[in-house]
Design a protein. Structure first.
Length: 320
């Protein structure tokens, strides 16, 4: 139950901070009219003085806040993404390392392009999705007998945001993503040392809650088809200490929100560098926080070392 509540907290915070940021902007008297059929949470939330909105239908599964009545509505174009990657597991307290494994995964969700920056070919893209993945040694041949071999099954939800060069038909996007996932470890054999088995027994044959981050490049040469290259990092909790875990998540979201404000200023002054700069800063923060959580899963609020796995992936997606 704690895992379920924490996941709802994480998702609510992702949208809540963005909605709050837009309400502050509205109160400051920008004089801009807001189209409530469009998303109010991007980089963000609006591209300040020079942003114009794409005209589009409300479709399927895109979440956003309606400023007038705070109803949760849906829009966006459905997409399906398939990918393959090479994954490595690690735990700071283990004496043995893991064999690498291959991953096959799928995302189902919605993709939306909210704004086009006046006078430039810079747009904002956002994806909301559910995901499923299997990490298995059979998908990548590494069979070192001195290493631990196991399989992971992953279920989760996520939100990716990107700034892109191009237009709605053809673009190259630089994204940062965040989400929650449940991961189930299945060991093929018991580790050689009992203490290693004791650490992994918290994860073996049971789904454990965790958080995930992802950074990537998405190239769409023409409508409906895009090619993706991404790096994903998952942090899996052996148990959830609700307030500590929630505090760690809030600290990271505050960091991303501050970076959003900075990128807004860059979009006003030097928009041509904003997609790359946003990509480096947002993913740098995500990667840095995941590194700090290697020894304390609830950093900066303590905790045990978590199980972590990182995946380099290539894939393609179809938008309908």
């Amino acid at each position: 139950m704690k895992n379920f509540v924490l996941s709802l907290l994480c998702i609510t915070l992702m949208y809540g901070f963005s909605a709050f940021a837009q309400s502050v902007d509205s109160a400051s008297g920008t004089g801009e009219s807001t189209d409530t059929s469009s998303s109010s949470h991007g980089f963000m939330h609006k591209m300040s003085k020079h942003a114009t909105k794409k005209t589009k239908k409300d479709k399927w599964h895109k979440f956003h806040w309606d400023d007038d009545d705070m109803d949760l509505t849906v829009s966006g174009d459905p997409f399906i993404e398939l990918n393959y990657g090479i994954s490595g597991l690690n735990h700071n307290e283990l004496s043995q390392n893991f064999n690498k494994s291959g991953e096959v995964g799928m995302k189902l969700g919605s993709v939306d392009i909210d704004y086009e920056y006046n006078g430039t070919k810079i747009i904002e893209q956002e994806k909301c999705f559910v995901l499923f993945g299997i990490h298995n040694k059979d998908f990548y041949k590494e069979n070192d007998q001195a290493k631990i071999t196991g399989k992971i099954i992953q279920l989760g939800v996520g939100l990716d945001r990107a700034l892109a060069y191009g237009d709605k038909r053809s673009f190259i996007a630089f994204s940062n993503g965040w989400g929650v996932a449940w991961s189930k470890l299945q060991l093929d054999q018991q580790p050689l040392l009992q203490k290693d088995f004791d650490y992994l027994s918290d994860y073996n044959e049971t789904f454990r809650f965790g958080i995930r981050s992802e950074g990537g490049i998405n190239y769409q040469p023409f409508p409906y088809l895009s090619l993706n290259a991404t790096f994903e990092r998952n942090t899996v909790y052996n148990r959830v200490l609700f307030w500590r875990a929630g505090g760690s998540v809030v600290a990271e979201i505050i960091g991303h929100s501050l970076l959003d404000k900075f990128i807004d200023r860059v979009l006003d002054t030097t928009p041509s560098v904003a997609p790359i700069l946003n990509f480096l800063l947002q993913n740098g923060l995500s990667y840095g926080m995941s590194e700090l959580r290697k020894s304390e899963m609830n950093f900066p609020f303590g905790g045990d070392s978590p199980l972590m796995y990182s995946t380099v992936k290539l894939g393609f997606s179809f938008t309908f």
